[in-house]
Design a protein around this ligand. Structure first.
Ligand SMILES: O=C(O)CCC(=O)C(=O)O
Ligand SMILES: [Fe+2]
Length: 344
């Protein structure tokens, strides 16, 4: 595994995508939208009841209609965000021999890096145009020893994003009129499973013939994403793809499968993908915040009572992740789809 980075930087200039990366990106078309929700976190704590209710209302609407929002004034210092992006960049810039020790032996290794193969709906396997670093950071903290800057940046950033995610989740609970603290307790968020992913996408000679990450949903509750200022994230909304253009210092938030299940379908786990460009390296820093691994996640009973039926089967979060990790084919039904209960 030399990585996509090594390939993209090879002295022989690549004019086309090597065949093992070839992926037909359908539909390629995407557009900009100025209606992607933007949420101002400072309204939650501003002390003005009107602003607070506007926040709750906007948040509820964003989670239900888009499963996605751009969060501004979130309180995480820009320095911490920059330090995180830079430390990740340093990791990817280390020589291949240094990174080799973290090539996964098992899908559930708490520290892993490398490339990823996916099989598409025509049963063709291809490699993603991306180098990744994935770390389990909570309730146990795992981090490579090198580069030296990584540990401190990650300790800071994971703690701050965890706090932010918990505050957002409490607010999402409120949008559904759930009892205060109910989600925290039932899903044991004190021990939430937090997964860090650094994604490194080098410039690609034919951006439409390869992909960074194909369409997928995230398995947790809320995912927080920042990047190095290079766009590439697209989200699906009403069957169309939209580019996410975000202001500097904002955090991109999407809802995940566990929140869709817990909310009995109110919050949509949004489908998204990472596309490429032929000019600039893109780095994204993703923190996926989920329930505790031992939590059994099903629709909240009070929502089921309100709706008259449960739309999903419950499953232990740990089992959900295992199922997802062993699913190698895009072709298979997602775990979320397997748990959906059809209406008679
Ligand atoms: O890099 C991006 O913008 C998307 C990353 C992502 O979806 C993921 O890591 O799950
Ligand atoms: Fe994702």
């Amino acid at each position: 595994m030399a990585g996509v980075k090594v390939l993209a930087e090879s002295p022989v200039v690549l004019e086309s995508v090597p065949s093992k990366f070839k992926f037909v990106n359908e539909p390629i078309r995407s557009s900009d939208s100025d209606s992607i929700p933007m949420i101002d976190f400072s309204l939650l704590t501003s002390g003005h009841p009107d602003q607070r209710s506007k926040f709750i209302q906007d948040l509820g609407k964003a989670c239900q209609e888009w499963g996605f929002f751009i969060l501004v004034n979130h309180g995480i210092p820009e320095n911490d965000m920059n330090a995180m992006v830079e430390a990740a960049m340093e990791f990817f810039n280390m020589p291949a021999e240094e990174k080799q020790q973290y090539e996964p032996k098992n899908a559930s290794d708490p520290i892993k890096c490398g490339n990823f193969d996916v099989t598409d709906t025509s049963n063709r396997t291809f490699t993603l145009w991306r180098d990744y670093l994935k770390l389990y950071v909570h309730p146990e903290f795992h981090c490579p020893l090198k580069p030296k800057t990584l540990r401190e940046a990650l300790l800071h950033y994971s703690e701050k994003t965890r706090k932010l995610a918990r505050a957002l989740l409490e607010a999402v609970s409120e949008t559904m009129r759930l009892e205060r603290g109910y989600m925290e307790e039932t899903l044991n968020l004190e021990s939430m499973f937090q997964l860090f992913a650094g994604n490194f996408y080098p410039p690609c000679p034919q951006p439409d013939h390869a992909i960074g990450i194909p369409p997928h949903t995230d398995h947790g509750l809320l995912t927080l994403l920042i990047h190095n200022g290079v766009a590439g994230l697209q989200i699906e909304h009403n069957g169309e793809w939209f580019n996410v253009n975000s202001p500097q210092n904002s955090i991109l938030v999407n809802t995940g499968d566990q929140l869709e299940i817990f909310s009995n379908g109110r919050c949509k786990s949004v489908k998204h993908r990472a596309v490429l460009n032929n000019e600039k390296t893109r780095i994204s820093i993703v923190v996926a915040n989920g329930p505790s691994l031992d939590a059994i996640v099903g629709p909240a009973p009070s929502l089921v009572a309100r709706d008259g039926r449960a739309s999903y089967l419950p499953m232990k979060y740990e089992e959900y992740i295992e199922k997802q990790l062993t699913k190698t084919r895009v072709i298979e039904k997602s775990v979320l789809e397997q748990l959906m209960i059809q209406e008679n």
